[in-house]
Each structure stands twice: as C-alpha cells, then as structure tokens.
Design a protein around this ligand. Sequence first.
Ligand code: BGC
Length: 521
Amino acid sequence: MPAVGGIGPGSGKEYLGNLTPFVTVTCIVAAMGGLIFGYDIGISGGVTTMTSFLQKFFRKVWEKKEADKSTNQYCQYDSQTLTMFTSSLYLAALLASLVASIVTRKLGRKLSMLFGGLLFFAGALINGFAKAVWMLIVGRMLLGFGVGFANQSVPLYLSEMAPYKYRGALNIGFQLSITVGILIANVLNYFFAKIKGGWGWRLSLGGAMVPALIITIGSLVLPDTPNSMIERGQTEEAREKLKRIRGVDDVDEEFRDLVAASDASKLVEHPWKNILQRKYRPHLTMAILIPFFQQLTGHYVIMFMLLVLFNTIGFGSDASLMSAVITGVVNVAATLVSIYGVDKWGRRFLFLEGGVQMLICQAVVAACIGAKFGINGNPGDLPKWYAIVVVLFICIYVAGFAWSWGPLGWLVPSEIFPLEIRSAAQSINVSVNMLFTFAVAQVFLTMLCHLKFGLFLFFAFFVVLMSIFVYYFLPETKGIPIEEMSQVWKSHWYWSRFVEDLDYPNGGLEMRKKGQVPKNV
Ligand code: BGC
C-alpha cells in the first residue's frame, strides 16, 4: 500500500532553472499583494475601539459600552453591530473571488491583481473621507472586493512563477506580507488613536491606500506567468518569458509540460461544472477543507484573549498595542521559520507539528483561564507569574499557527489544482476561507460569552480533527512541479481510487519518462 503521505519528494522530474534574481524580485513584489489583507485585518479591529470613531458612526454601541459596568470579562466585547461592520468585508471578498476566477483564467493573474489593488484603493479612499455610515459600508465592500481579487490571484501567481524547489518559500511571501501588514496597521492604529481632535481613524482607514498602491503598481510592472500566457494562446512569448524567469536557455521539458497542461485545460469548457467530476474529488475536498480548518484553528480567538488579558491586568489604552505587537512580532518571526523550512521539512511535517503545538497551548490556556476567570469571568487580581504563563502559551500557539496552517492554508491549495480547474478551485478556497472567517468573527464573541474558557476546547477539538485529516489524507507536495501534481494523488492510499491514469491523458498531468515528448506538442 502506498504511504499515507503519498509519494516521496524528488521522485518527479528535474526541470532546469535557478532561483534567479528576476524570479526572486518578481515574487517579492507579487507577494506584497498580501499587505492589503493584512493591513485590513490589523486596522479594522483597532479602529472599532477608537472612541471618536464609535461616537461618530456607532453611537449606540458606544453608549452601551460606557453604561456597561459588568465585571464579566467574557462578555465585555459582544457587539453584533460592530462585528458585522468588520466582517462584512469577508462577504464581499467571498463574492469577488468568484468573479476573479473568470478574470484570472481568461485575462491572466496580473489583471486580477490589478483589479484587487484598484478596488482596495477606492475603498480606502471612501473610508478615509467617510461622513456617514453608508460611506463606511460602501468603502468596506470595495475593500472586500479588492481582497477577494488579490487572494484569488496572488497565491496562484506565486506558485506558478516559482521554481518548484523553492515554491513553498516564495509562496509564503504572501503570508509574510499579511503578517507584516497586520503588525504595521496595529502600530499605526496606536499612534493615530492618540491624535488630538479624534480624526486619527481617518488616517488609519485612509492609510490602506498605501498597500493598495503597492499591489496596483506591482501588478502593472510584473510579467504574467508562463502558465497563464500559454493558457491564453501566447505560446512563443511564454517560452521566452520562461527562459528569462528560470535563467537558462533549455526550458524545453518544463515548457512542454506547461503546453500539455494548457491543452488539457482547453478541453474543459466549464471549470465550475468539471470540478464536480469524480477525478477532481481530492482537489475539491482540499479546496473546501483546508480553508475551513484554517479558520477553525481558532487563531483569531486566542489572539483576542491576549487583549482581554492585558485589559484585565490594567494596561488600559496600551493593552491593545501591547497584545498586538507581541502577537504581531511572533507572527512575523514564525512565518520566517516557515519560509525557511517549508521546502526542507515539507508541508505535512509543519501541519502536524503546528497542530500538536496549537493543541497543547489551547489546553493550557483553557485550564489557566478556567482557573482564574472561572464561570463568572471575574478574575480579581491576577498574579504576575500567571499572566506571564498565559502570554507565553498564547505566543507559542501563535507561532504554531504562523508556521503551519496560516501560510500553508494559502500555499497548499495554490499548488495542487491542475490548470484546467485551478482558477475555479482557488476561488472555492478563497470563498470558503472568507465564509468561515466571517462566521467565526460573527459568532465567537457570543460564544465566548456563553462557552467561556470552554471555547478553547471547542477549537481544540477541530485542531485534533484537522491533524488527523492531514495525517491520513493530505499528500506531501514539496519538491513536485505543479503541473506534475497528479502523481501525488495517483500514489496515495485513498485518493488513488478517484484518480486513474486515463483521467489525465495529456502531458504534464501524466508522469512521463525524462525527455519523452508528449504526442500533442
Ligand atoms: C489567515 C487569516 C489570518 C492571517 C494572520 C491568514 O493566513 O487566512 O485568517 O488572520 O493569516 O494570521
């Protein structure tokens, strides 16, 4: 029986090519597309705690907050209106990613990135000058559309552009940008909140124009991927581009596989209908379960707990900065670890190690919070050693997420779909991610209020499930060219029953012996 993790790395072809300065710079620029998503995650949480912002747009929420003298820390933050404002972006992103699937496939990855940048820019502009709630909402929708386009196209772009041996590291540049964006936004929020006159929130929201400009300009100067150029009939230009990207003249083998994958892709008229075919069952499963599990790790919730803790200890207005900077720095540092290790240790190792690490931390944090905050959510005076232990375990959790499910939740889907369904499947990935980001954000404060410290155990249960899933069902994809990925399913103990040799009669999707020319080229 084939191994649980599928075939081992290195059993695929050896395409010629180097990690050229051209491809490195291209991928760094493209990865900056993650900045808009990260900036928004960081900025929106902080802005909705600024008094002047609440007084102007959400007066009722502010009055309720002022009147609330409850000591129950579990229920302090529960406001459906505010959460709805923040998470409306995710619904817009969900819709946009579906449209982006067509743009990305028919017009290229670059154009989707450009739309992402422009829409996000428009949203930031409207939000920065907002005078009424409707402007905030329209702005947020546009921001969401921008994120939907960017998250649909950037990971695909990176995975197609990168030499396969460095694909993991280059792709995780996207997650690195997300985490850097979050960190910058949080620090900016802190300082903008202190601006006299209470208009700092305008700078926070309007500041999103900067990352928007970065991806917009980036998308104008970046080349399109050879895969996408071939798919759109620019075959000869694509060969030249591939030579430039790989830094060698002999790109024949890779080029033939790209053409073969594109031929297979042209046979598929309706990627959305096709994806339901039996042979794409492994891909569809991953496109749904990976983003679902990523959000059900509960990363959002445990980071939030740090804020609650710092507020309780009495850091006052510095609580949010402190918690955000601590988690932000750990997030960035751990993402760098992932960049270093993902092509050495593989995806499965990081997924499984990260899972165990998050599980242990969730159990410890649940026990600590349960012991002091109890059922009524009033911890009284917290000893210093206690706070240190909780902060430490939250940080270890954050590191675990940031080198496993965080980046891999974007990397793995972007590298496993065959070209003919790649764009549609990536849209499913983004939509499911956004749907569950929305769902978790929308219900978790209410859940915290009711489940109390038990909420961590709720998410711990999912971490167990996802780790079992990875162990049995996710094959290793490190070191395998993306147009050769069919081999990992064919040799997998479970998925091989869905994917038969005949399913992929065309080149790149079928393993051939080195140098053998496919019939259709
Ligand atoms: C996730 C987000 C998360 C971010 C930062 C991304 O990969 O999709 O939900 O907020 O990482 O941790």
